[in-house]
Write a protein that binds this ligand. Structure first.
Ligand SMILES: [Zn+2]
Length: 353
């Protein structure tokens, strides 16, 4: 063998070795999810604690997990409880209902929820600026929806998904999420069996509740957890009520006075007292106002900024130099003019006709 052949063989061997190493690394890593951000668990926990403390309704649970590697598929959806559940699924959702429920009832409820969930997608896209289909989620995860048959099963599946004991008393629906360094995942939405009872008000029915919880799904998938921007609860609950109900409850002098004196947009809304849970009703009223006064696309514009930035930054992108709270109050006074003449501006008496 001459010198030239030797050199050629060494170079060829080096290439083969490099190709082998690259292939090995690729195969080892191809099922792993890339890291999206460093989780600052201390500040995230502060943010989360803030939400929990203020959330009298208990609508969601967020876990933070920095252990990895993660399997986001639906394979372990029902965990150790798997024998208790039947399911119905399509391309986007899996709905679980109890095996021991009358199969016609279980299947009927699951089909109805699949339909409600599909119909909610365009509303979520138009009001929140996005939706997360399985192809947008790690491991092509479908959104899991659980329909337990009684109170005990409701509590049990929530605790199972959350991996801890959750105070779900008084809640009619719950969204459980986990934030990892590779991104967020929604473990599931659980609907209280109460929502299916005959005679339950439309506002507490499974349709409104599922739409509300689905808005939490979009919100928690969209948030940039690396930005460490904390958001007041009224953003999450306000947009959820706006989408879930589509009928603002706000009316009356008391409510307007309460908003004027106690609801500052860059802070938490009060969650105690007579007009409790202001994050829900006053938050909803604010999004309704944004839609009515700035156009139907404005809530989505606002939300799209809120996923990454603070409330004051997001509000200034929509309202420029005008004060959103002044305008909100003004619009409430106007719309309540006929029902609440005490709010009539004396100069605007001609409005009443
Ligand atoms: Zn909620």
């Amino acid at each position: 063998m001459n010198m030239k052949t030797n050199k050629f063989l060494i170079i060829a061997a080096a290439f083969i070795l490099m190709a082998f190493i690259t292939g090995y690394i690729y195969h080892r890593g191809k099922h792993r999810h890339p890291f999206r951000y460093e989780l600052d668990l201390v500040s995230l926990n502060d943010w989360y604690e803030g939400l929990v403390r203020k959330d009298g309704g208990g609508h969601f649970v967020i876990n933070f997990d920095d252990s990895g590697p993660f399997d986001f598929s639906n394979d372990k959806d029902t965990g150790s409880d798997s024998l208790r559940w039947s399911s119905k699924e399509d391309d986007y959702f899996i709905v679980y209902y109890p095996k021991d429920m009358d199969p016609r009832t279980g299947s009927y409820r699951a089909s109805n929820c699949l339909e409600v969930a599909h119909r909610a997608i365009p509303d979520l896209e138009s009001s929140m600026g996005r939706y997360y289909y399985p192809q947008d989620v790690m491991d092509n995860r479908k959104l899991s929806i659980y329909l337990p048959g009684n109170d005990a099963a409701y509590t049990r599946i929530i605790n199972e998904l959350a991996g801890t004991t959750v105070n779900s008393e008084n809640s009619i629906g719950m969204t459980i999420s986990t934030v990892t360094q590779c991104g967020p995942v929604v473990d599931g939405i659980v609907i209280n069996p109460y929502c299916f009872e005959p005679g339950v008000s439309e506002l507490d029915g499974y349709r409104a509740t599922l739409r509300h919880e689905m808005s939490h799904y979009v919100y928690f998938m969209a948030l940039d957890y690396g930005s460490n921007v904390s958001h007041p609860l009224w953003v999450a609950e306000g947009i959820a009520e706006f989408i879930g109900r589509q009928q603002p409850q706000i009316s009356g002098a008391d409510s307007i006075k309460f908003i004027a004196t106690q609801c500052n947009l860059d802070e938490e809304f009060p969650s105690d007292g007579r007009l409790q849970l202001a994050s829900y009703w006053a938050g909803e009223s604010f999004f309704k106002f944004v839609s009515d006064s700035c156009g139907v696309k404005a809530p989505a514009e606002l939300m799209s900024t809120l996923y990454d930035y603070s409330v004051p930054v997001a509000l200034s992108s929509i309202f420029r130099d005008s004060d959103p709270k002044d305008r909100w109050l003004e619009s409430l006074r106007q719309s309540d003019t006929l029902r609440h003449p005490e709010y009539l501006d004396p100069k605007a008496n001609h409005v009443k006709n």
